[in-house]
Design a protein around this ligand. Structure first.
Ligand code: SF4
Length: 599
């Protein structure tokens, strides 16, 4: 199965153009050779027309090209008419997408007023019961017929009114039918979308975009790659564009890094025609992040004609692009009490200059510390395009600078060559391959590092990482650990899955997230989900240990794993009850100081 034309040379996946509105009058085209479209979602109540208009105008003003608004009920969907009319009256022609869960009738209403409909195939025609039961072939076929009865009317209205549609599968909110057959897996997400696509195609509707979002960047990457490969196998007219996103990424640097790892990695594979960065912040903050990711990927992945050095006979990948596994590497000593490779955590290596600065200003009790100095390690710097001398068995290897290849391609090639030669040396990843001096600090440092290192770590490549783009010691070390945490490779602080909020949100996400973080950010290995509602089901909290979920206005439900254990907790008490729950389950430790070192 092929998910891109070559994992060693950038080439954007060939897709058809999907029109959202009239491009001559503010609409956009997603796919084809068009630039990647930037989009976001407003967060206010859909019945509050003035707020919706205000938030949409604010997004348009910072360069957002497509705005999504939730339509939880038919009444909300009907109010889209007023929102769109007011926007157009104010000469704002940005296309609007309606976000639909559970309610086909809301989708039918919304399709009359907005340019695009997003459906979730996991809940469009299925009310979630989370029942586990076996489906016979006949029962499964009957389910698909029921699906067609529910979905075909929407397809027909979208086709007749020239609307676009996103079939947006989410990890953790798949139908019982799909869960039963494929599990909560990237394959389940892909099959779920394909079931709906077959119905759309049967009614000759092709103005479709796909998304495969998860809060875990690795799952996100696997699902999109698998979808690309399946569509490629189905034939050239299954060339529907992709909407990329890592859902519930959270806020601040962590949310940006998670998004950079997931979205940046996929863009580098040539996948993706429109992107949304989901941050638990005011939605206009998402737009510069989208822009930065697109710009950095453009710089990091030169067009395939410019890449030299990989012969026509490209070596097979060292990893399975559809299923994460860490590359088997020999465990070696890299210090008196420090080992790397094997089952060791991915190590944080620093330059001599960073180590010296760190030594001068070291912070007592700091948990994120440099673990070794590059210059002390005798790392073998190899040119993966050429035959190289066999490194010593205990030696770390890396790619030499200026290899004439994009960094991700260069390290993939190195891993492939090592595997072909039967070599299992641990690999040290670098955040860039431009020789010293040229790779100076820039505003792109954080994104570049996350895109390069995150993509490779998600491929299972890398036993240690070195940040060179950031020269100051504390930010360089913090960035290294934060990238490892965002990539799911190492946990040094609490991990948060926080939804970006929308018109369904039952509490103020940003305030609550800040309150929860203030109490719990010192718990390495603990993952907490903060969700404004439970529309997509508890599965969407991914593998969180604890969940804080809007149950009703002013009321919160608390989860342990995917199990709700406390219902309708008054919001004023809910953070304390969450801490109690973490204590009861033996995962609480007292913070060392009121200001935890975790960033
Ligand atoms: S989980 Fe958050 S973003 Fe998703 S529908 Fe609920 S409130 Fe909206």
């Amino acid at each position: 199965m092929k998910f891109c034309s070559s994992p060693y040379r950038y080439q954007r996946r060939a897709t058809r153009e999907v029109r959202v509105g009239n491009p001559a009058c503010g609409g956009v085209i997603i796919g084809g050779q068009q630039p990647i479209v930037i989009q976001s979602m407003i967060t206010c109540d859909t019945m509050d027309t003035a707020a919706c208009v205000r938030e949409t105008l604010a997004l348009a003003a910072v360069g957002c090209q497509l705005v999504r608004i939730t339509a939880p009920t038919v009444k909300d969907a009907a109010n889209l008419k007023n929102i769109v009319a007011e926007l157009r009256a104010q000469r704002c022609h940005i296309p609007i997408a309606a976000d639909i869960h559970f309610k086909p009738e809301a989708a039918m209403e919304a399709a009359q007023w907005v340019e695009k409909i997003r459906i979730n195939p996991g809940n469009f025609a299925d009310s979630k019961k989370f029942l586990t039961r076996a489906y016979t072939e006949d029962e499964y076929a009957a389910e698909l017929e029921r699906l067609e009865d529910r979905f075909a009317p929407l397809v027909q209205i979208c086709r007749d009114l020239s609307r676009a549609m996103r079939i947006g599968a989410n990890h953790g909110s798949l139908s019982d039918r799909i869960l039963n057959r494929y599990g909560d897996t990237p394959l389940g997400m892909v099959q779920s979308a394909l079931e709906f696509t077959r119905i759309a195609r049967k009614y000759d509707f092709h103005n479709l975009v796909f998304s495969m979002k998860a809060s875990n960047p690795k799952v996100t990457i696997e699902a999109y790659r698998l979808l690309a490969a399946k569509l490629e196998a189905l034939g050239p007219d299954w060339n529907y564009p992709f909407h990329l996103g890592v859902t519930e990424a959270g806020e601040g640097e962590d949310g940006r890094l998670k998004s950079a790892v997931g979205i940046g990695s996929l863009l580098g594979d040539g996948l993706g025609d429109t992107i949304r960065v989901s941050l638990t912040e005011d939605s206009p903050h998402e737009i510069p992040v989208c822009r930065e990711l697109i710009e950095q990927v453009g710089l990091l992945y030169p067009s395939h004609s410019e890449v030299t050095g990989v012969s026509q006979a490209e070596p097979p990948l060292s990893f399975d692009p559809f299923m994460y596994a860490s590359r088997p590497a020999r465990e070696v000593a890299i210090g008196p009490d420090l080992r790397c490779g094997g089952s060791q955590p991915v190590r944080v290596i620093v330059t001599r200059a960073v180590a010296d600065e760190w030594g001068r200003n070291s912070i007592p009790k700091e948990k994120t510390i440099p673990e070794a100095v590059y210059d002390d390690l005798l790392v073998a710097e190899l040119d993966p395009r050429k035959d190289f001398a066999t490194p010593q068995p205990g030696q770390l290897v890396t790619v030499k600078d200026d290899p004439g290849l994009a960094p991700v391609a260069a390290f993939r090639l190195l891993a492939a060559r090592l595997k072909a030669g039967g070599l299992d040396n641990p690999i040290l990843l670098k955040d860039g391959l431009v020789s010293a001096g040229a790779n100076s600090e820039s505003r792109g440092t954080l994104y570049q590092a996350a895109i390069i290192l995150g993509a490779l770590l998600a491929d299972g490549i890398g036993d240690a990482i070195l940040i060179r783009g950031e020269r100051k010691a504390t930010p360089a070390v913090r960035l290294a650990y934060n990238i490892l945490q965002a990539s799911g490779c190492r946990s040094f602080k609490t991990d948060y899955v926080a939804c970006p909020s929308c018109g369904r949100t039952l509490f103020h996400l940003q305030t609550v997230t800040a309150n929860i973080k203030a109490r719990t950010q010192h718990l390495p290995g603990v993952k907490i989900a903060i969700m404004g509602c439970i529309v997509n089901g508890p599965g969407e909290m991914a593998d969180a240990n604890f969940g804080y979920v809007g149950g009703a206005p002013g009321k919160v439900n608390l989860y342990v794993g995917k199990q709700p254990v406390k219902f309708n907790v008054p919001e004023a008490e809910a953070v304390n009850r969450l801490v109690d729950l973490i204590r009861e389950h033996g995962q609480w430790v007292e913070p060392e100081s009121p200001t935890s070192p975790a960033e």
